[in-house]
Design a protein around this ligand. Sequence first.
Ligand code: NDP
Length: 256
Amino acid sequence: NASRLLGKTVVITGASSGIGAATAVLFAKGGANVILTARRIDALTNVAEDCATAHKEAGVQYGGNFVAIPLDISDKSQIASFLEKVPTELRDIDVLVNNAGYVVGVDRVGDLSLENMESMFATNVFGLIALTQLFIKDFKARKTGHVINLGSIAGREPYAGGSIYCATKHAVNAFTGALMRELVDTPIRVTEIQPGMVETEFSVVRFKGDKSAADKVYEGLQPLVAEDIAEEIVWAASRPPHVNLAEVFVLPVNQA
Ligand code: NDP
């Protein structure tokens, strides 16, 4: 029931493109307030404007506050000062969507660079954990809250050339499962969304800008689009309070 989103406040990381941007717009349509974060402030501001347009078109009476706040989740000091940047009236957060993720290269183990390994772990794992820690104390005190983490099929099935990215998503899976069990005696919900192939900027970043190599991955199937995953995230957030959608594994029809 989408009415459960009315007036809720959602924080989304990686809201400047792809799944995060589509999720922000869908929450906006459903009458939620959205705090959009990522590193690229121009792209983020554009998505915040898209949210305002979608909200207006939907004609809902609730929500309507869309704030773009630059945040690099691999930077501990930016996480530590993040809440100060959130407008006071929006500080009671209901849902944290840990969507920001980074993959670079399809390098075999022998060719991995320390820099790439560190940047993937810093964003996909340590950043996600640090931001969760920031909100969890408040969720416990207010006896409410929902953490939605973006895992991946890569967190279930490792692939050649993806050792580090797959390791980061396996870490997200382990962290999310442990968190859910730690919070079992609270009303706080914890969800992991595990997409298969979704056509976003992510694929081009993975192949270091080589669009034709990125497109090859989709040969023989119709990849998901960002909106497909946004629908799952918003669906999880709009379940009745006693229902925790723990894991959602979403594949294109022809991906096994
Ligand atoms: P995009 O590349 O379109 O989006 C990634 C987002 O993460 C961008 O908004 C980017 O914004 C943000 N981001 C990257 N690094 C940082 C950082 N250090 N701090 C803050 N924000 C950061 O990809 P998707 O939308 O496809 O990916 C979203 C999530 O879905 C990721 O976690 C990804 O691993 C996961 N996923 C994607 C799949 C796919 O096939 N596309 C499949 C399975 C999972 P900016 O550059 O502005 O900081």
